[in-house]
Design a protein around this ligand. Structure first.
Ligand code: 4NP
Length: 154
């Protein structure tokens, strides 16, 4: 089974959104049994909490479940346990690199979004714009499924 871990700072806005959206899209495409999806934060302030209200409300409006998603901090073991570790911004990239062995590949979420000028996924905890983040997350998750089909024979 292929595994994907999304990583952001707090694990309450962007990465749980991506976790829920990717799982939703996989279910729609009949692939949900083939991919393990999880998320984590580089920080631990929100450990144990459900996603931020902004993420919850936006996903609820679209019929996308966040049931069972709780924040947790990333650990070294995650880098061994997941095939694809996908970070939301440059700070996340640097923080995860510090945890990782040199040869571990860390992916940037924006690299899965077709034709985007974004270099990072904006943090709605600070921008307040959950819609903007959702548009990127939706496109990037479709890109991830395309990549998994091509590379992992899904
Ligand atoms: P996230 O957003 O990394 O997308 O979950 C944040 C959530 C909380 C904090 C920062 C970013 N915080 O500082 O508590």
């Amino acid at each position: 089974m292929v595994s994907v871990l999304f990583v952001c700072l707090g694990n309450i806005c962007r990465s749980p959104m991506a976790e829920a959206v990717l799982r939703h899209q996989l279910r729609e495409e009949g692939l949900v049994e083939k991919v393990r999806v999880d998320s984590a934060g580089t920080g631990n302030w929100h450990a144990g909490e459900p996603p931020h209200r902004g993420t919850r409300d936006l996903l609820a409006d679209r019929g996308i479940s966040v049931d069972g998603i709780r924040a947790r901090q990333i650990g070294k073991q995650d880098l061994e346990n997941f095939d694809y570790v996908i970070v939301m911004d440059n700070n996340n990239y640097g923080d995860v690199k510090k945890l990782a062995r040199n040869e571990t590949e860390i992916h940037r979420f924006v690299d899965f979004i077709p034709d985007t000028e974004y270099k990072e996924v904006p943090d709605p905890y600070f921008t307040g714009d959950f819609e903007e983040t959702y548009r990127l997350v939706e496109a990037g998750c479709q890109g991830i499924i395309k990549t998994l089909r091509e590379r992992e024979g899904l």
